[in-house]
Each structure stands twice: as structure tokens, then as C-alpha cells.
Design a protein. Structure first.
Length: 359
């Protein structure tokens, strides 16, 4: 609670609007209620109004301060349909198909974010990852100077010796199965930027592997080594003050005693607060292990590299987890323009998005 309490306190000074497409999901309703009661901003629930009110009554949760929108009855539906048809014109989409898409709350919510009607997007509590990510990747463009859309889990463990007072940023844990060198470097930069924005600290980024500084040889290790060098170069170009090191085993990244033996000169070894995994298998497995075995507070997946803040929460998330993610997304939106200069609404297809084949 130390971490998310500080996030909530910051967001209370700059409340934001967050859309929750899964408007009848009980955990979403509870999180939206807490979001409003904590004065974090204006939550928006999508779906049939009658069904949302029925679900809220069953939970004995008030909908005061929560905006309800049924996409099928919205005065913005025709505008959104036209916009989506324009975005997907190279795919040959027709008006009927565009309308069907916009009746889907995830698509409607993504368009609300793209059109700046809300500041952030939270979904995934009852949806498969693809159902959440596909609308976002089709509607919201990748942020300027970025080519990779990925994701990050923020973990808070009780032992404050790890990370930054117990807080660690883990990526990519939810989007790209086998990142290239370029993608790994982009993931490292995006996660470092997020850690700096959320915590206001100097990112210490460990590019993880099963090898530390050449203790083993394999093509996958070479990829991590190359990505480390590229991330350092990109950070210099972006004037991002951060430390990068790799390839590192996770114990060398987190445990000072082990780092002192394996890499005594490293600025990252034993002190990493950002952990970048070589592939999605390792990232997803590690994040769930930390969450459940260490009973960590887990907030994510926070989506990285998009032009607007969004998150894909786990189907196993509690209402508290969802509230935390919503607060983080709201906090992101405060300085999003500073992190990603010259934001705008997508007007063409995404020619350079590197993510799963969800377009």
C-alpha cells in the first residue's frame, strides 16, 4: 500500500477521466466506485444501463458520480463509426462492420480515449488479452519516436531492499512473445520512462538472461547484449538519465552480495529497479511467481508505447488491483504529453507498430 497510496495522493491533485468498458463486471463496478470516492476523477462505465444498475444493486454499490454510457444509444456512435471506418479503410472495412465494432465496448472505449473524451482506458477483467489489445492497437497510434507497443507489471513486495523501496517494474510480461533486439531496447526505454514518471527516480535497468556477462554463450544471450547497447544509445539520444546493464542473471540484478562478486563495477547490479525479460515466457512466468509466491501487490499490465494511457488487467485481478491500475493510468495521463511530445489522434493505419498480430 505504500506505493499505490503515493500514486493515489498524487492523482487526487490532478483528477482524470478513466473509461471501463466492462461496465457490468462486479470488480470493475467496485473499482469505479472507489475511484470516485477517493476523488481520483470521473469513472465511465460502458454497457447496457439497466444491466449495469442491476449489477450495482446486487453489490449494494452506489453509482453516484459514475457516468454510464451504452454505445448503442450514444450520440457519438455515428461519429465513432465514421472515424473507425477511416482508420481501417486500407483493410477494406465497410460501414456495417465499423458500426458492429463500435457497438463493442472495448472498441467504443478505445475510441473515447483516441478522441480525448477520457484520459485513460482499463479493461481485461473478464476478457482475453487479445480482446482488450486489438481495439487499442487498431485505434490508438504508437507514441511519437516509438515503434514498439509492449507492457509492464509494477510489483510491490514487502522487503524494501528490493527495487526502489520494494517497488519493481517488470517488462514485457504481456504483449510481445519473442522481442527482437530493437524491440527489447524499446521496451527497456519505455519501462525506464514509466518508472521515472511514476516514482521520480533514476531508472536502474537490468537486461535479464540466464547468463551474467558472458558466463554462457548462446544466440539469445547475444540478443540481450545487443539490446543493452542499443538501449543505452537510445537513452542518450532521448536525454534519459538512466543506467542500463546486461546481460544479467536476476540474482546479480537484485542481490548486492551476489552483484559484488559477479560484477563489482556495475551501477545496476544488486540495485535494479527495472527488470527487462528476454521473452514473454520468462516475463509472464516471473511476474506471476512474484505476485503469488511473494504475495506482492501487482499492478498491470500497464501498456507501453501507445499514444494514450491504457491497461490490460488480469482476469484474476481483485477490485483493489483494478483500482490501483486505474490510479496509475490516471497518473500517467498527467504528464503524457511530456513523455511523448506532440501527441495526436491517429489518422492512418499504424505502419510501424511492432506487437502481436492483432491489427
Amino acid at each position: 500500500m505504500r506505493f499505490i497510496g503515493s500514486v493515489i495522493e498524487k492523482l487526487q491533485r490532478h483528477p482524470k477521466r478513466v473509461v471501463f468498458p466492462e461496465g457490468t463486471e462486479p470488480r470493475i463496478i467496485q473499482a469505479a466506485r472507489q475511484f470516485f470516492c477517493l476523488r481520483l476523477g470521473a469513472p465511465v462505465l460502458l454497457g447496457d444501463r439497466g444491466h449495469i444498475k442491476k449489477a450495482a444493486n446486487q453489490l449494494n454499490v452506489s453509482l453516484e458520480g459514475i457516468r454510464l454510457i451504452n454505445p448503442a444509444e450514444s450520440e457519438d456512435l455515428d461519429t465513432f463509426v465514421q472515424r473507425f471506418e477511416l482508420l481501417r479503410r486500407t483493410k477494406g472495412i465497410k460501414t456495417k462492420e465499423a458500426r458492429e465494432a463500435m457497438l463493442n465496448p472495448n472498441y467504443y472505449g478505445a475510441m473515447m480515449v483516441a478522441m480525448h473524451q477520457v484520459d485513460g482506458f482499463i479493461s481485461g477483467a473478464s476478457e482475453f488479452t487479445g480482446s482488450t489489445l486489438r481495439p487499442l492497437f487498431q485505434i490508438i497510434k504508437v507514441a511519437p519516436q516509438t515503434t514498439t507497443a509492449s507492457s509492464c507489471m509494477i510489483m510491490e513486495v514487502e522487503d524494501t531492499r528490493f527495487g526502489e523501496n520494494g517497488v519493481m517494474f517488470l517488462a514485457d510480461c504481456g504483449v510481445i512473445p519473442e522481442p527482437t533486439v530493437e524491440q527489447l531496447a524499446d521496451i527497456a526505454i519505455s519501462t525506464a520512462l514509466l518508472s521515472r514518471q511514476i516514482l521520480g527516480i533514476r531508472p536502474r535497468v537490468a537486461m535479464l538472461s540466464y547468463s551474467t556477462k558472458g558466463s554462457a554463450t548462446h544466440a539469445t544471450i547475444g540478443r540481450v547484449q545487443a539490446a543493452t547497447a542499443l538501449a543505452q544509445q537510445k537513452a542518450h539520444q532521448k536525454q534519459l538519465e538512466a543506467d542500463f546493464d546486461g546481460e544479467l542473471q536476476v540474482d546479480a540484478a537484485l542481490i548486492p552480495e551476489i552483484a559484488s562478486r559477479k560484477l563489482p563495477e556495475s551501477k545496476v547490479g544488486g540495485r535494479a529497479n527495472v527488470l527487462i525479460f528476454p521473452d514473454l515466457n520468462s516475463g509472464n512466468i516471473a511476474s506471476k511467481l512474484v505476485q503469488h509466491v511473494a504475495r506482492a501487490n501487482a499492478y498491470g499490465q500497464i501498456l507501453l508505447g501507445l499514444d494514450r494511457p491504457a491497461a490490460d488487467v488480469s482476469r484474476g485481478s481483485s477490485a483493489h488491483d483494478i483500482l490501483g491500475v486505474a490510479a496509475i493510468v490516471g497518473l500517467q495521463s498527467i504528464a503524457y504529453a511530456e513523455l511523448h511530445p506532440a501527441p495526436g489522434i491517429a489518422t492512418t493505419e499504424h505502419p510501424a507498430v511492432t506487437a502481436p498480430n492483432l491489427l
